[in-house]
Write a protein that binds this ligand. Structure first.
Ligand SMILES: Cc1cc2nc3c(=O)[nH]c(=O)nc-3n(C[C@H](O)[C@H](O)[C@H](O)COP(=O)(O)OP(=O)(O)OC[C@H]3O[C@@H](n4cnc5c(N)ncnc54)[C@H](O)[C@@H]3O)c2cc1C
Length: 285
């Protein structure tokens, strides 16, 4: 009955910030819990795997046809403030939420300003910047589990660690605890953070940091730079000249161009430093 929620043979590249990838057999943007639950059960009955998509700023799809249901959570975009807390649905844009907090003089999120994507992606990847991570602010979340039922999980049950989470299922809504602050100071801090980002990160089609930092005090960007990868290009993809841990799709790159660069980065860093880099970005092959 809700089969009309599902579109077929959709080009996925335009739903990701890297802008590469082939087609997915099934694609849906549910607007309600009932719609989402229908999709999960539909996929389960058909034996089709599903993938949840937020803003697509941390995911790279291969250039092939996937027999997959992509569930885009972008239509879950309500949020609600209560005292110094806020609950936001998965599809709320993180930067929009940060601006709304600033207007209300609620402090906590400002160092994350400028991270693209949604609340769902930010929680799933425990997004962080300049010493603050989602895990420091989140108090709990509502999840749709693999059976299509809703569960409420506390902060510790989400299993958030460096750019990872361990909960199973689809995040529907998350709650955050903030503190009272001066709106002008909060806005000032957001401006400072954007200034820093603009000086240290490239613009254009990219998925942010490709690799995790091997240690808190040893950045992948430093290792890649020392291994001579800054500006190194394969096809239409290049390790940024500004930040070596960013790959930028500079000229109609294919997924293969990007994957070859990832392999080359790993190979050279291992050869020079004996360190195995691990992807931070989610790769769908
Ligand atoms: C220019 C640029 C700068 C960036 N800077 C930073 C930075 O400073 N710090 C940082 O941490 N990251 C950074 N990133 C990476 C990225 O923006 C973050 O990881 C972001 O939080 C991902 O959110 P998204 O909605 O785009 O997630 P997506 O890319 O859509 O998805 C990422 C992962 O989250 C899962 N997911 C998405 N929604 C849900 C949901 N509702 N339920 C369950 N799982 C879900 C997906 O399945 C996937 O595994 C940057 C990226 C870019 C392009």
């Amino acid at each position: 009955m809700r089969r009309d929620l599902i579109s077929e043979n959709i080009h996925i590249a335009r739903f990701t910030t890297m802008g590469v990838g082939g087609t997915v057999k099934y694609y849906a943007e549910p607007e309600s819990i009932e719609g989402l639950s229908y999709l999960i059960k539909w996929a389960f009955d058909k034996g089709i795997p599903y993938f949840v998509l937020g803003g697509g700023s941390d995911v790279i799809f291969d250039n092939k046809d996937f027999s997959l249901l992509v569930i885009n959570m972008g239509k879950f975009r309500n949020f609600e403030f209560e005292d110094t807390g806020v609950s936001a649905q998965a599809g709320v844009n993180l930067n929009k939420l940060i601006r709304e907090c600033a207007i209300r003089g609620l402090s906590g999120f400002e160092n994350l300003f400028g991270i693209p994507g949604s609340i769902g992606g930010a929680v799933s990847k425990n997004a962080g910047a300049y010493g603050v991570e989602v895990k420091d602010l989140i108090t709990g979340a509502r999840i749709m589990n693999l059976e299509g039922d809703i569960e409420t999980l506390g902060r510790d049950e989400l299993g958030l660690s460096y750019r990872e989470s361990s909960f199973d299922g689809i995040l529907i809504e998350a709650s955050f605890s903030l503190s009272e602050g001066d709106p002008d100071k909060i806005q000032q801090q957001m401006k400072e953070i954007i200034k820093k980002r603009n000086l240290t990160q490239p613009r254009g089609k990219t998925s942010g940091c490709i690799f995790k930092n091997p240690e808190p005090d040893l950045s992948a960007g430093y290792l890649l730079d020392r291994a001579g990868l800054k500006g190194f290009r394969i096809g239409g993809a290049m390790f940024s000249n500004i930040h070596a841990n960013f790959i930028v799709n500079v000229d109609n790159a294919s997924a293969e161009d990007i994957f070859s660069l990832i392999d080359e980065g790993k190979r050279r860093v291992f050869e020079k430093f004996g360190i195995k880099l691990e992807e931070e970005v989610v790769i769908i092959k």
